[in-house]
Design a protein around this ligand. Structure first.
Ligand SMILES: C[S@@+](CC[C@H](N)C(=O)[O-])C[C@H]1O[C@@H](n2cnc3c(N)ncnc32)[C@H](O)[C@@H]1O
Length: 444
C-alpha cells in the first residue's frame, strides 16, 4: 500500500475521533468524513506499518447514518467535525471515546448528558481576519490542521447576533481600508475579533491588533447598530505567536465586564477570564458535578482551577466553606466581585498556581472534597502529589480532555484513589470535543 492508491471499501465502524474505519489486508484504515455502512472509493493519504489514513474520492453507496450538513462551509472549515452524522451517532462516538480512554479502570460509565440545542449554542468566538487575492478583507475559521482561513459569513454554532456583528466589522474594515495583519510577513494592524455574550443578552467585543489605533468611529457605528454590546476592548498583541490575546487590554467602550447567570447566580466576566462556552450545558455540568460529590453543610471543599468562581460559588450554597484557586489575576478579581454580587460569605479565593497554592491549604486537614477543572493539558504532577499527601476523601475531576484526565486518574489510582464513576457531558455539539466528570474516592 502506498500514498494515492485507490480502493473501494465498506466502512465497518467509527473510531473515537469520528473517522470511518475499514481494513485492507489486516491494516486498519481511517477514512476522514466516512460514515459507518457506507461504500466508498478512498484514496490513501498517509501510510504507517499497521494503519493508514485515507480520504473519500467518491461515495458509492450512502449510509443511513449520513446527514446532509446544514453548514455550507463544513467540508473546508476546521471548526466542526460531526455535522455529517446524526446527533445520536455523535453522542455514541463521544461516549465510546470516553469509555475507550478509561478502559483500564474498573468504574461505572454513566450515560452522556446530551445538549438540548446543537446549533447556536456558542457564547464565545475568536475569529481571524485576512485579505484574499483581490485584496478584499474576509474572516473565518482555520482549515483543519492548517493556518489557511476558510471565509465564512455565518457560523451555525454561534448565535445570530454574533454573526451579524462579525459581518458588520468586516464591512467596516473593507470600507475604511483598515490594514490587516499578515502572519507570514508579520506586517499590518488588524488580527482577530473575539465576541463573547451571556444569556442576559450582554455582548463583549475584543478587537485584536498589533498596535494601538483610533477605532472611535467603528465603536460608534457598532454601539449605534447593536444595543446589546455592553463592552468593547482593544487587545494589543505585537507578538508573532499562536496565542491570540495578550495581557494588554484597553477599554474602548462601556463596562469592563459583562454579566452571566449560571444556576441563578450572577457572574461578572472580564475578557481574559475563562467562561464555559455553552451556558445551558454548563449548568447541567455543574449540577451533575455537585450531585456526584454528595455535598453537605459540614463539608470543606477546594475548587482548583476555579476561573471566575462559577463552580466555587455554586458549591458554596451546599457546604461549610469552599476555597477557589486560580492563576489568572482578572479571573480572581471577578471571583471576589462575584462573591459580593451574590452575597456569599463562605467562599475564599486564592490567586496563584494550584501546584503552589494547594500546599498553603494542606495544613487544613479537614478538606472533604476537591474539585479540579484544569485546562486541556491536565493537572500538574506536583499538584496531584499534594492532593495525594492530603488524603482528601473525594475528588470530582471535570475535564475537557479525556486523554490527560485518564493520565491523571492513573496517578491517583496508583496512589490510593479509585475511579468510581465517569459521565460524559456534551458541551460542544457538532465538534469532536467532549467534557467528562470523573468521581474518585480514597480506598479504605
Ligand atoms: C477549564 S478552565 C475552568 C474554569 C472554571 N472551573 C469554570 O468552569 O469556568 C481552567 C482554568 O484553570 C486556570 N489555570 C490554568 N493553569 C492553572 C494553574 N496552574 N493553576 C491555577 N489555575 C490555572 C485557567 O486560567 C482557567 O481559568
Amino acid at each position: 500500500m502506498k500514498e494515492n492508491d485507490i480502493y473501494k471499501v465498506k466502512i465497518e465502524s467509527f473510531d473515537i475521533n469520528g473517522y470511518g474505519v475499514t481494513h485492507i489486508d489486516s491494516r486498519v484504515i481511517f477514512v476522514m468524513g466516512a460514515v459507518v455502512d457506507e461504500e466508498v472509493l478512498i484514496e490513501i493519504v498517509n501510510v504507517h506499518k499497521k494503519y493508514a489514513f485515507a480520504k473519500i474520492k467518491e461515495i458509492i453507496k450512502t449510509s443511513n447514518y449520513r446527514l446532509e450538513s446544514p453548514c455550507p462551509y463544513y467540508e473546508f472549515c476546521g471548526g466542526c467535525d460531526m455535522m455529517h452524522i446524526s446527533y445520536e451517532t455523535e453522542c455514541d462516538i463521544k461516549t465510546k471515546r470516553v469509555s475507550q480512554t478509561l478502559r483500564q479502570f474498573d468504574y461505572e460509565l454513566l450515560p452522556i448528558i446530551k445538549a438540548d440545542k446543537i446549533y447556536g449554542y456558542r457564547n464565545k468566538v475568536m475569529v481571524p481576519f485576512c485579505k484574499d487575492i483581490d485584496d478584499d478583507i474576509l474572516y473565518g475559521f482555520y482549515r483543519k490542521d492548517s493556518h489557511d482561513i476558510v471565509s465564512i459569513d455565518n457560523c451555525l454554532i454561534s448565535d445570530d447576533l454574533t454573526n451579524k456583528i462579525l459581518n458588520f466589522i468586516c464591512k467596516y474594515l473593507n470600507l475604511f481600508h483598515i490594514s490587516i495583519y499578515d502572519e507570514t510577513s508579520h506586517t499590518g494592524l488588524f488580527k482577530e475579533v473575539m465576541i463573547r455574550h451571556t444569556k442576559l443578552n450582554e455582548y463583549m467585543v475584543v478587537l485584536v491588533t498589533t498596535s494601538n489605533h483610533d477605532f472611535t468611529s467603528l465603536v460608534n457605528y457598532l454601539t449605534d447598530e447593536f444595543k446589546e454590546i455592553k463592552s468593547i476592548f482593544l487587545n494589543i498583541n505585537e507578538r508573532k505567536t499562536n496565542v491570540v490575546l495578550s495581557n494588554q487590554y484597553i477599554l474602548l467602550y462601556g463596562s469592563n465586564t459583562i454579566t452571566e447567570d449560571i444556576l441563578g447566580l450572577k457572574f461578572n466576566v472580564s475578557p481574559s477570564s475563562f467562561m464555559q462556552v455553552n451556558n445551558s450545558q454548563c449548568e447541567k455540568l455543574y449540577s451533575k458535578a455537585i450531585e456526584l460529590a454528595k455535598l453537605d453543610k459540614t463539608m470543606n471543599v477546594i475548587d482548583a482551577y476555579c476561573g471566575m468562581g462559577s463552580i466555587t460559588l455554586n458549591i458554596a450554597k451546599h457546604v461549610n466553606k469552599v476555597y477557589g484557586i486560580e492563576i489568572v489575576e482578572d479571573a480572581i478579581a471577578n471571583a471576589n466581585n462575584n462573591k459580593k454580587l451574590n452575597n456569599i460569605s463562605n467562599a475564599e479565593f486564592i490567586l496563584g498556581a494550584c501546584e503552589d497554592k494547594i500546599k498553603e491549604l494542606s495544613h487544613i486537614n479537614n478538606i472533604d472534597v476537591i474539585f479540579f477543572d484544569p485546562p486541556r493539558k491536565g493537572c500538574d504532577k506536583s499538584f496531584l502529589d499534594t492532593v495525594i499527601e492530603m488524603k482528601i476523601p473525594k475528588i470530582v475531576y471535570i475535564s475537557c480532555n479525556i486523554a490527560t484526565c485518564a493520565r491523571d486518574i492513573k496517578i491517583l489510582e496508583d496512589n490510593g484513589y479509585k475511579l468510581i464513576k465517569a459521565e460524559p457531558v456534551d458541551l460542544f455539539p457538532r465538534t469532536l470535543h467532549v467534557e467528562t466528570i470523573a468521581l474518585l474516592t480514597r480506598k479504605n
